[in-house]
Design a protein around this ligand. Structure first.
Ligand code: ADP
Ligand code: MG
Ligand code: ZN
Length: 647
């Protein structure tokens, strides 16, 4: 199916059902009130002689002769109804008739003329109007309704009506049509871009690769967290590949009818092979590619498994050089069926990671381009404030900043708008309406000051950006850090994380002597982290060097014994308790400074790194980012020095 057709289908005239209802009501009304119709109401066929008798006895005066069917009708006078029909007037209704088939019209006419006061009307033909109303119209209506219903059912699926339910719903982007997305629009992700470009190259110059005996890969899987640009990259391929590009989403295969998914897969590959060389792109492939369960006890997944099996078959089916490359994207590669991942199917995995600092700068540049910016805006600063943000988050921040600027009637988007947009992306909406008593405010301030001071005072605490007690989203307050983009974490890193997580509650307990529900989120994260230290990273005392990480954890079957479960529980408890005690010790020895910070928070609601530094003094440790930057600088200086030596 080609793209233009698709567009036409989208414009399918909307069938307005009200018109149909109105027509039905109108016709029913017509049938009930139309006289000509009720005249063909009650009728009794009688032998010719009886008919003559009724006329002779003046039981009616109106005779209607229908020549086509050689039938004569006599309308019976109301006072004669009982005698003729043995029924009440009410039962037979208005204008009841008796009818007979006559042999010769002349004879009948002769007889009628002999009786005075008779009045004859003739109808040459059968009443086509009545015929139409009573037979053709209802049929037409039924057929029409039926037709409409089918179209509606079909259009629910998207295109083509019910009869094309097994057809693939892929959108075809032909050569030269382009999607207006090019590789330039995908910032960062250089590695992934290279790989994808190579795939396009395979299709364009296959001989270059096959001459040396190599085989062209059949499939490539784009893997990465949500928002890292997988779909965007595929769109860029569609725009720049210069070969037909079939694009669809894994969920397009799923339909309520059995067998549809498999037949759609077949149809898709048939079309793709016809247009080869071509690319098939299946977005969110986990919708069909999830691991097959093996035991289909519940049996509901059979349809999905059929679809997956068909996909596997098709990918095996076409020869190596048939010129169809399948690309797919997922953010949950670990749940995919291993059969999909084996060489010969998706033999290439292209990893897209959350962008690093330099990549974030590039992504910011792409999305800042269409905005009207304040001249002093510093892109590096923005990128530094957004660790852990995906490309989609950054796109969102840029858009949000523009909206905030517009709301404040600002002539351009400035740094404050961006900072507010970032805050909002991280923490949700500011809740200005929430009213707090002075005491509640103080408790939250102490809690947040606890987080901030402990993470300031331990070696691997994340570098602080700011602390606030302005409620946002579901949080009452927050200490915001630049999470360190560590390559891997040591046990000390993880324990320090837990220590600063439980520090909020520790501060509450020490300063106010009361603990509150505000620590729910902290405690849940600390517990999870402690659990992974023991059960996944093998860093426990008793449970040592064992990893119980279960990729397809369904929560029912635990991969360890009951005794081990108990050991893990105890170790988790021990770790969290130890870190809680450690946090309390730190807070006790810095109690005055913490109170100072809390007071500052109550007063200003927001406190920045500089303020914390003015209370606690400079940190003796460098953050990872600082260290990296320093090393980079040294390297550059070294290069310069080497150059000078040569000269
Ligand atoms: P996903 O990986 O979940 O498929 P998308 O490709 O749909 O993510 O990305 C969503 C949006 O985020 C894109 O439309 C784009 O605006 C932005 N985006 C994501 N990654 C990048 C990137 N590397 N460069 C530029 N914009 C990006
Ligand atoms: Mg996507
Ligand atoms: Zn907290």
């Amino acid at each position: 199916m080609d793209k233009k057709q698709n567009i036409n289908k989208d414009k399918k005239p909307g069938v307005n059902l009200t018109w149909v209802y109105m027509a039905v009501i109108f016709i029913l009304g017509f049938l009930i009130f139309n006289d000509s119709f009720s005249s063909s109401g009650y009728n009794k066929e009688v032998p010719y002689t009886e008919f003559q008798e009724h006329i002779a006895k003046h039981r009616g005066t109106e005779i209607k002769i229908e020549k086509n069917s050689s039938t004569a009708y006599l309308t019976i006078n109301p006072d004669q109804v009982r005698t003729v029909f043995k029924r009440s007037v009410k039962e037979v209704g208005k204008n009841p008739t008796v009818s007979t088939r006559y042999g010769s019209l002349d004879k009948l006419e002769g007889f009628v003329e002999s009786v005075p006061g008779m009045h004859i009307t003739y109808t040459e033909e059968t009443n086509y109007f009545n015929y139409f109303l009573s037979f053709i119209l209802p049929t037409l209506l039924l057929v029409g309704l039926w037709f409409l219903l089918f179209r509606r059912m079909g259009s629910g699926g998207g295109s083509g009506g019910i009869f094309s339910v097994g057809k693939s719903k892929a959108r075809l982007i032909e050569k030269g049509e382009g999607t207006h997305v090019s590789f330039k629009d995908v910032a960062g992700q250089e590695g992934a871009k290279e790989e994808v470009k190579e795939i396009v190259d395979f299709l364009k110059n296959p001989s270059k690769y096959t001459e040396l005996g190599g085989k062209i890969p059949k499939g490539a899987l784009l893997v990465g967290p949500p928002g890292t640009g997988k779909t965007l990259l595929a769109k860029a391929v569609a725009g720049e590949a210069g070969v037909p590009f079939f694009s669809l989403s894994g969920s397009d295969f799923v339909e309520m009818f059995v067998g549809v998914g498999a037949s759609r897969v077949r149809d898709l590959f048939r079309q793709a092979k016809e247009k080869a060389p071509s690319i098939v792109f299946i977005d969110e492939i986990d919708a069909i590619g999830r691991a097959r369960s093996g035991k289909s006890a519940i049996g509901t997944n059979d349809e999905r498994e059929n679809t997956l099996n068909q996909l596997l078959t098709e990918m095996d089916g076409f020869g190596t050089n048939s010129g169809v490359i399948v690309m797919a994207a997922t953010n949950r590669v670990e749940i995919l069926d291993s059969a999909l991942l084996r060489p010969g199917r998706f033999d290439r995995q292209i990893q897209l990671d959350l962008p690093e600092l330099s990549e974030r700068i590039a992504i910011f540049k792409v999305h800042l381009a269409p905005l009207k910016l304040d001249e002093s805006l510093d892109v590096d600063f923005l990128a530094r404030q957004t660790p852990g943000f995906s490309g989609a988050d950054i796109a969102n921040v840029c858009n949000e900043a523009a909206l905030i600027a517009a709301r404040r009637n600002s002539p351009s988007v400035n740094i404050q708008h961006f900072l507010d947009a970032i805050d909002r992306t991280i923490g949700g909406l500011e809740k200005k309406g929430k009213v707090m008593t002075a005491e509640e405010k103080r408790r939250i301030a102490i809690h947040e000051a606890g987080h901030a001071s402990v993470s300031w005072l331990i070696e691997y605490g994340n570098p602080l950006v700011k602390v606030t007690i302005i409620p946002r989203g579901r949080a009452l307050g927050a200490a915001w850090y630049l999470p360190e983009e560590r390559v891997n974490s040591t046990q000390e890193h993880l324990l320090d994380d837990i220590c600063s997580l439980v520090a909020g509650r520790a501060a509450e307990e020490i300063v106010t002597g009361q603990i509150s529900t505000g620590a729910l989120n902290d405690l849940s994260r600390a517990t999870k982290e402690a659990f992974s230290i023991v059960a996944y990273y093998g860093m426990g005392k008793e449970v040592h060097n064992l990893c119980y990480y279960n990729e397809q954890d369904n929560g029912f079957v635990k991969p360890y014994s009951e005794q081990t479960a108990q050991l893990i529980d105890e170790e988790v408890k021990r770790i969290v308790n130890e870190q809680y005690q450690r946090a309390k010790d730190i807070i006790l020895s810095h109690r005055d400074q913490l109170l100072q910070l809390a007071e500052m928070l109550v007063e200003h609601e927001v406190v920045f790194t500089e303020d914390v530094e003015s209370i606690f003094g400079k940190r003796p440790w460098k953050s990872r980012t600082d260290e990296l930057l320093e090393e980079q600088r040294k390297e550059e200086e070294g290069e310069d020095a080497a150059k000078e030596d040569k000269e």
